[in-house]
Design a binder for this molecule. Structure first.
Ligand SMILES: Cc1ncc(C[n+]2csc(CCOP(=O)(O)OP(=O)(O)O)c2C)c(N)n1
Length: 260
């Protein structure tokens, strides 16, 4: 399957978005999905440009509105594999309300968050996952607030598949993406992807990362793992892998039952 779209690449040279794109293409190819049955939705930001480089169906959406757009597509045509690509600003600032409800609704789709802990396209302002003290052009004294923990939040919101990976570890990312796309229900994959230009302080995280064994529906263990890293500290351990997976009725299934 050729997923290449022939548009000019405008990501910065060396940006980890190139690796996310490569992992997504490999995962989709290995799953053997029909290109015309894949619908992608992107937000606005550096991550959103992935829309121009993937030859699938979809919508280049609005900043913060990846989830409602993707959910609408899935409800309109449940035969499609629906994947949303969003930024951390996109998801956890402008789109936060959608993120929390997505876990409850459990639409059969995948949300991939390119988390570079910065609003990068608009030159590096702090997002809800930026570390406390992060200095940027808008906050010259540094970000005052502590970051949120999206993995914890996804678990608390009832998401039925929650995973985190490292953009630089493409082999692991490919495996996680394949499992997320195959999962029946709302799958959330948080990809840690530090920005080479703006939030440079996050560049040393690789040495803190370690891989966990797939955890299934053990919420206590998932919460414990989620709390190992608070997105703020530069010490401690950052678990990667599947934190939680459970088969629950999807939004489409619940709707079908109501219609009968
Ligand atoms: C409703 C709305 N608010 C703000 C913007 C301006 N805007 C465009 S891209 C962007 C930053 C995107 O940051 P993020 O979602 O983290 O993605 P990244 O660029 O880091 O991949 C912002 C604030 C917008 N386009 N629409």
């Amino acid at each position: 399957m050729n997923l290449d779209a022939k548009n000019e690449m405008t990501w910065c040279p060396g940006c980890y978005n190139f690796l996310i794109l490569a992992s997504v293409k490999k995962a989709l190819t290995e799953l053997g999905l029909d290109r015309s049955k894949i619908a992608i939705v992107t937000g606005i930001g550096c991550h959103g440009k992935i829309y121009d480089y993937l030859n699938t169906r979809g919508i280049y959406g609005l900043h913060g509105r990846v989830l409602p757009t993707a959910m609408g597509i899935k409800l309109a045509d449940p035969s499609l594999t629906v994947i949303g690509f969003a930024g951390d600003g996109d998801t956890y600032a402008e789109g936060m309300e959608h993120f929390i409800h997505a876990g409850r609704y459990n639409t059969n789709m995948t949300l991939i968050v390119h988390d570079n802990q910065s609003f990068s396209l608009t030159t590096g302002q702090a997002t809800p996952t930026s570390q406390q003290g992060y200095k940027n052009k808008a906050q010259t004294l540094g970000e005052f607030n502590k970051p949120i923990n999206p993995v914890h939040l996804a678990l608390a919101s009832g998401a039925s598949f929650v995973a985190r990976c490292n953009a630089r570890d493409t082999n692991h990312t490919i495996q996680i993406l394949k499992k997320a796309i195959k999962h029946k229900g709302f799958s959330f994959v948080e990809i840690i992807q530090h920005c080479l230009i703006y939030n440079k302080e996050t560049s040393g995280f690789d040495k803190l990362m370690y891989k966990i064994k797939d955890n299934n529906a053990n919420m206590k263990k998932a919460m414990f793992l989620a709390e190992e890293w608070d997105y703020n500290s530069k010490t401690g351990k950052i678990p990667l892998g599947i934190f939680y997976q459970e088969r629950k009725p999807t939004l489409e299934e619940k709707w079908q039952k109501k219609l009968k």
